[in-house]
Design a protein around this ligand. Sequence first.
Ligand code: GDD
Ligand code: MG
Length: 358
Amino acid sequence: MGEAILLVGGQGTRLRPLTLSTPKPMLPVAGLPVTVHQILRARDAGVTRVVLGTSYRAEVFAEQLGDGRDLGVEIAYAVEAEPLGTGGAIRNAADLLTCAPHDPVMVLNGDVLSGIDYGALVAGHAASGAALTLHLTRVDDPTAYGLVPTDGDDRVLAFREKPQTPEEIVTDQINAGCYVFTRSVIDQIPGGRPVSVERETFPELLDRGLLVRGVVDDAYWLDLGTPWDFVRGSADLVRGIAPWSGHEPAPYLLLPGAQVSEQAVLGQGTTVGRGACVHGDAVVEGSVLMDGSVVEAGACVIDSVIGQRARIEAGATIVGAVIGDDAVIGAGNELRHGARVWPGVTLPPTSVRFSSDA
Ligand code: GDD
Ligand code: MG
């Protein structure tokens, strides 16, 4: 299949404070950046060259991924001085493509875990002669996504990005952030200015009467845009619910240098990062402990992200929360659903006891 573009330039606002230091696509899920999971799946489907469309914290990608040799692909970097939006980013990245005008180019949003068969999607695109083929998935609440109704022949009928009113919710099929473009179609996106592929380019293709296909697929799919989906995606990879070639499903994952006491209870797909420590009888479930973080005895961490070198002191309870890098949660504190602690913040120990059924 050849070449792919990865869109990795978004700010990742909903994942703050995690994305203050690391761009969203480079955050580790099950110990590897989302982008790496995507590149490996693309490589396994026959992609040999990947152009990363970068903007926010562009330098981090090249520092960590280099020329792609270690991942078995060739990586090229397209950098936007100012964010160009999804369409502008695709157009900008196209300058670094080497394929011919009629060749298929796969484009992936950089924050999605998915089990779609890339090879079949590209083959179907080529066979249909379409200008664009989109992977669609079904979700219970489509309002945070782009709605894409199709007819019985997989022809896309409309694009409704982030519907605001109930009348706009015409389908549960959404844009899954994976496209196959015929290259010449990308080259026609206007250059040098911000363009939204979802709001501008896609509707325009319909207006021009071109064939746009949407293929609904029910394989595993998750957008990692919020902290809760981020921890879920990581846990799903560890437990073998999300696709990860060569990985043996397990209740938890210890990265090199992780230290876990024998009394500790780990489970529900938890990842313990490089050099991270879990002491005593601490309980850690469904969580991501980033590199160098510490969970002390008697602490309980559930469905949460603990940032790099952050420390959860004895007896603290963290449920559905995000703790920034280098933060310290003093003994006995209790943080629940939706709490976010900014990097470097210290919460002093507390002797106050909260009821646990709040
Ligand atoms: N290079 C570059 N420049 N990349 C960008 C820019 C930009 O200006 N803006 C966004 N991106 C990247 C993000 O890093 C992300 O990987 C991808 O484009 C999509 O942006 P998100 O901010 O995650 O969009 P979304 O999740 O709200 O919606 C998109 O994805 C949904 C599926 O996950 C849309 O494509 C929806 O239609 C779709 O349903
Ligand atoms: Mg997203």
